[in-house]
Design a protein around this ligand. Structure first.
Ligand SMILES: [Fe+2]
Ligand SMILES: [Fe+2]
Length: 236
C-alpha cells in the first residue's frame, strides 16, 4: 500500500467524480462486484432452494430470502448507475457460485457459512468513505443477518438428526473450500487501492480470518462438527 489513507467522506456520485477517476473506479469495482454476485447467488442458490425446500414453511422462507437477494442485486445496480457505471459489462462471478446445490441441507449450511462471508464484507463496507455505499450496506445488513441466522437455526436442527448429520458435515467441508477464495487474494492491488481510498478497512486476509473465526466457532461450538483446516492466505 502506498500513499496516505484517505480519511474523508464522499457524500454522493458528484463528489466521487470530483475526487477523480481512481476513486470512482475503486468504489465502482466494489459496487459492480456486488451487482454481479448478489444476482449470481440468487440465481444459483436462493431461487432453486424454493424447489428444494421440503414444506410450505421452508418454501415461504426460501421465497423471502430469494426476494431479498434479488433485491440486493437491484439496489447495488441502482448505486452503480447513479455513479455512471456500466453494470452490463461482463465480469467474473465468485468461484463459490460454482458450487452445485443439490439439497435443502446444503442450502441451509450455505446460508450459515456463505452469507456469513457476505456479512463480513458488508461490515467492512459499513464504514466506507462513499456514503451512499455505506448507507446501502447498513440497510441490507439486517437481511444478511437474517439469512445467516436462518441457516444457523436450521443447520442446528439438521445436525441433531442422525439421518442428516453426515450430510451437514459434508456440506460444511465442501462449502468452506468453495468460500475461501471469496475474500480475494492475499496480495491484492485492488484491496490496497480500496484501503487507500477508505472504501475498505481490512485486508483480504483479515476479512478471511474473521470469517474463519466466526464459522469455526459456529460449526465446532454449536453444531459439534469438524471445521476443515483453512489456510488464511490464498493466492489463487
Ligand atoms: Fe445478499
Ligand atoms: Fe444473503
Amino acid at each position: 500500500m502506498s500513499g496516505p489513507t484517505f480519511a474523508g467522506e464522499v457524500a454522493d456520485a458528484a463528489a466521487a467524480h470530483a475526487l477523480g477517476t481512481e476513486y470512482v473506479q475503486a468504489v465502482g469495482k466494489v459496487v459492480t462486484s456486488h451487482v454481479r454476485n448478489e444476482l449470481a447467488g440468487a440465481t444459483a442458490f436462493d431461487e432453486p432452494a424454493i424447489g428444494l425446500a421440503p414444506g410450505p414453511r421452508e418454501k415461504w422462507l426460501a421465497c423471502r430470502i430469494a426476494m431479498e437477494e434479488y433485491g440486493h442485486h437491484l439496489k447495488f445496480a441502482r448505486l452503480a448507475s447513479d455513479l455512471g457505471l456500466d453494470t452490463a459489462a461482463p465480469g467474473r462471478t465468485l468461484s463459490v457460485f460454482d458450487f452445485e446445490l443439490t439439497s435443502w441441507t446444503e442450502f441451509v449450511v450455505l446460508k450459515a457459512l456463505v452469507d456469513e462471508a457476505e456479512v463480513v464484507l458488508m461490515e467492512d463496507l459499513a464504514a466506507a468513505s462513499y456514503l451512499p455505499l455505506r448507507d446501502l450496506v447498513v440497510r441490507l445488513l439486517p437481511e444478511e443477518h437474517f439469512h445467516v441466522s436462518f441457516g444457523q437455526a436450521r443447520a442446528r436442527e439438521l445436525a441433531a438428526d442422525p439421518a442428516q448429520v453426515g450430510l451437514v458435515q459434508q456440506a460444511v467441508d465442501d462449502l468452506v473450500g468453495f468460500t475461501v477464495p471469496f475474500f480475494g487474494r492475499s496480495v491484492s492491488a485492488n484491496n490496497d487501492t480500496f484501503r487507500r481510498w477508505g472504501v475498505k478497512r481490512w485486508t483480504n486476509d483479515e476479512a478471511r480470518a474473521a470469517w474463519v473465526r466466526r464459522c469455526s466457532r459456529f460449526v465446532e461450538g454449536e453444531l459439534g462438527l469438524r471445521f476443515p483446516t483453512v489456510d488464511r492466505h490464498w493466492d489463487g
